[in-house]
Design a protein around this ligand. Structure first.
Ligand code: XBP
Ligand code: MG
Length: 237
């Protein structure tokens, strides 16, 4: 798989795990802080969180854990909406503190795409506020060009692995799947992008290092490996 100038018009990036290791560095501690603040006895370690990540969407993840726990909570949806909002506030605070950096090669990849006149976009199931915090404190500070399209969790009725977010991004771009490709780290993301007809590269991340991804067109350890795959002509796979 190559990303070819003149053939590819836009590269669509997943956010959590792909642009930065936000799950372990920010979402997980933020969930634990929010659950403690709400007086809930739940605390998630990395092993539990890895399993819970199979459910995309932070609110949906909380609802699933509540159902699994068997704990009786009056009006769980209302309480967990508040916990989710508080989690996102903690997330933003962590971003502002500067503890989360973009992954190795991200800046170089975006700059290389720009030099080849290839746009980039964001297709994520995270909340828009989380993307904006990551952009403001970790991406924009690197002097990157802004993404051409941004699709977040609030923009879709069905989150990944449903392809809706990718369909919407393509619609907003006015481009067919054939001239775009996606970079994802999870199986849910891979299935969503494939469902929209995209070529997909998987970049391995902390929580999805062993994830089954046989449908992927390319699997790399780091984004740096994708930089050398941006080319002016399609020579080899
Ligand atoms: C990201 C997610 C999100 C984040 C939390 O998936 O599943 O739920 O974990 O974000 P992807 P919110 O990397 O495929 O976009 O709490 O804002 O939902
Ligand atoms: Mg991801």
């Amino acid at each position: 798989m190559k990303i070819v100038a003149g053939q590819h018009r836009c590269v669509l990036f997943d956010v959590d795990g792909t642009i930065a290791e936000t799950e372990g560095q920010a979402h997980l501690p933020a969930f634990n802080a929010a659950m403690a603040e709400a007086g809930l006895p739940w605390r998630w370690d990395r092993k539990v969180y890895q399993r819970l990540l199979r459910t995309t969407g932070g609110f949906e993840r909380l609802m699933r854990f509540a159902a699994e726990s068997g704990d009786k909570i009056d009006d769980a949806a209302t309480l967990l909406r508040q916990v989710h909002q508080s989690k996102n506030r903690h997330f933003a605070e962590r971003m502002e503190s500067g503890v989360v950096q973009c992954r190795a090669g991200f800046r170089e990849l975006i700059m290389t795409l720009a030099r080849h006149d290839i746009q980039w976009g964001v297709v994520t199931t995270t909340s828009r506020a989380n993307w904006e915090a990551l952009w403001r404190y970790s991406c924009a500070t690197m002097g990157l060009p802004a993404p051409e399209v941004i699709v977040c969790g609030e923009d879709v009725a069905a989150k990944k692995p449903d392809p809706e977010a990718y369909h919407l991004a393509l619609k907003r771009l006015g481009l067919p799947a054939a001239v775009c490709c996606a970079i994802e780290d999870s199986r849910n993301g891979l299935l969503a992008a494939k469902g929209a007809g995209l070529t997909v590269a998987i970049v391995r991340s902390e929580f999805f290092a062993e994830e089954e991804c046989s449908e992927a067109d390319l699997v790399v350890r780091e984004l740096t490996e994708l930089v050398e795959r941006v080319a002016t002509t399609q020579t080899a796979r």
